[in-house]
Design a protein around this ligand. Structure first.
Ligand SMILES: *Cc1c(COP(=O)(O)O)cnc(C)c1O
Length: 391
């Protein structure tokens, strides 16, 4: 599923600083002191699934979390050996593939438990599962107030090993929300069923990035951070209780320069025109790469260390920047996200300008943009394309 973009020297590229990811993981470990399941769903939040997962495995991460089965399969096919939990609700007919690929399944209902058991029995191999309890998301998972029979059935299962029990926090991005304490309490009530049944307590995990940052009571036996691994805060209300370093920057280059006369509108729909003659450069990235069209008339970029506004509508493959009286030449670097000179544009700023959250900007950056990794991994070329390993 993940394919390496053809390396044509495209001037637009994502640069991923793997040292920043190492730094952030170390910060998460130092703050919580518990094992970490790093979440790498959605192409590792746009950073590149396999290279990021390999790096995390090399850093000794305890576990990886993905959303969908195919993300887990891609990691196994790339040769990763670390435990991988697929967190999305499983779809019954896929159950056998969890066992075939050595992936841990989220079991979120009695029915799904039965489906996984049937697949495990057919394969003659036990399935490793994490039970999903709903403590307030009203998404997948058995309500904490009716989890007793579900947990009892899972504990009694001959074909499922219950490795974990977990729930997901709805409001942990906001340190002031009372919802999290409520969810912690409900989760504890559900976990008490294991004691009642005299069953060993599986790994209890609850904390997403917001939980790691704000709520020590959610850390339990393992934490499950995603966005902070990449050095980005989940929300404008979040507190940076860990010193994070953003791993991703998005860079392009000037490919065209022209003078636009006063009153001559720029781009589709003729929504913007300069009041006086001005200099306009074209940047070769657009909404077809996942650079949001919502940034039309709002975005900013850095060129020669100076912040300039994007003008007119963002096109599918290009957009224009008004550099005013400034100077720019073809091939000058254009920074859309990241640092240039004294200034930096953060993904949080971009999300704010586009009226969305950093998660959506990051995961929207699609496979048309080539990814480069720093420091360059000391591996044979071609590995990033998915070496067949028979996993
Ligand atoms: C995405 C996800 C996470 C990670 O969330 P962040 O806010 O990025 O830390 C953790 N757990 C589950 C179940 C998720 O779906």
């Amino acid at each position: 599923m993940e394919h390496a973009a053809i390396d044509s020297g495209r001037p637009t590229r994502i640069v991923v600083d793997l040292d920043a990811i190492a730094h952030n993981l170390a910060g998460i470990r130092a703050r919580t002191g518990v094992p970490v399941m790093a979440v790498v769903k959605a192409n590792a939040y746009g950073h590149g699934l396999v290279p990021v997962a390999r790096h995390l495995e090399a850093l000794g991460v305890d576990q990886l979390g993905v959303a969908f089965l195919e993300e887990g399969i891609a990691l196994r096919q790339a040769g990763l050996r670390v435990p991988i939990l697929v967190m999305g609700g499983i779809f019954g007919p896929q159950a056998s593939q969890f066992i075939a690929h050595g992936l841990e399944a989220t079991v979120s209902s009695l029915d799904k438990l039965r489906q996984v058991e049937a697949a495990a029995e057919a394969a003659g191999r036990k399935a490793v599962v994490h039970l999903k309890v709903d403590t307030g998301m009203e998404r997948i998972g058995v309500h904490s107030y009716s989890a007793g029979p579900f947990i009892e059935a899972a504990v009694a299962s001959r074909w499922c090993t219950v490795k974990g029990v977990y729930s997901h926090l709805a409001c942990a991005d906001d340190p002031a929300s009372p919802m999290t304490a409520l969810q912690v309490e409900r989760f504890a009530e559900a976990c008490a069923h294991f004691d009642r049944l005299d069953a060993p307590m599986p790994i209890r995990h609850l904390a997403n990035s917001g939980g790691v940052l704000h709520f020590p009571a959610t850390w339990l036996d393992m934490v499950r951070p995603g966005i902070i691994v990449y050095g980005v805060l989940p929300d404008a209300a979040s507190q940076a209780t860990i010193a994070l370093r953003p791993a991703l920057s998005l860079r392009s280059q000037v490919v065209y320069f022209k003078v636009v006369r006063a009153g001559r509108p720029v781009s589709y729909g003729a929504t913007w025109a300069p009041a006086r003659d001005t200099r306009v450069v074209t940047v070769p990235i657009g909404y077809g790469d996942g650079w949001p069209r919502a940034l039309s008339g709002r975005g900013e970029v850095l060129i020669r260390g100076v912040r300039h506004p994007a003008v007119g509508r963002i096109c599918m493959d290009q957009f224009m920047v008004d550099i005013g009286e400034g100077t720019a030449f073809n091939e000058d670097e254009v920074v859309l996200v990241g640092r240039q000179g004294e200034d930096a544009i953060r993904i949080e700023d971009v999300a704010g300008m586009a009226g969305t959250i950093p998660y959506e900007i990051l995961t929207g950056l699609n496979l048309r943009i080539p990814r480069h990794y720093l420091p360059a991994p000391g591996r044979s070329p071609g590995e990033a394309g998915g070496r067949p390993t028979g996993g």
